[in-house]
Ligand binder design. Sequence first.
Ligand SMILES: [Zn+2]
Length: 239
Amino acid sequence: MRLLRLTIACIIFGFITTVAVAWGLAAWLPQRNWPQQDLYRTNPVGMIHVAEYESAEATRRTISTIPLDGKPHLPFVCAIDQAPGINSVMSSSRMIPDDRWGFIPGQYGADSYASNRCEHATGWPLVAGWYGVTTLNAAYVIDGGVQLHSSRTGTLPTLNASKVRALPLRPIWTGLATNAAFYAIVWLGFAYGVSSVLRVKRRRHGMCVRCAYDLRGLRGEQPCPECGLPPPPAVYPRA
Ligand SMILES: [Zn+2]
């Protein structure tokens, strides 16, 4: 029963930790100099371009259609603040972006106009949540996320897209489950560590290992008068 309660508590803490890590990364991880990969594809309306920036803790990607006739409008061209000298890699190995999250993979695969869009996923060890950024009346608009103060006042084009931040509200189920299990195991290990240290300490001081009742002066074969824990023979120091 105790083990079940502890396991449930650790799963809940694992989930909370997963969300906290994803939000912390979304709020504070520097959006700068992440390796970039570009995917291009032509369709009847133009060339669709996806730029994917990936760090160990986050992925940000953008999509835009570069029309065959007409000027491209690219509000997310600086979605990540890249230092000069960071070169992007043209990808031929992957035909579409990771489609476990975001609307961009579907847009990239479609034979129609891809509206300008940016999507951002965070989490560790896997990305677990994401939000999108679109534009409206020359301003950035967050969808599926809680916009953060630092990006609230900015409008296009004075605000670099790399400054736009939000806390993700859309789940990435595989990442959410994997990370929650990972952190639950970490919490379980931590709880076991703390409880075994506590047991050793209580035993050494002649206390009941379960409830810390002072057992000194009791006969060795008596159970704990407080919680009824039966005594292992070697535990109690003889008075
Ligand atoms: Zn006790």
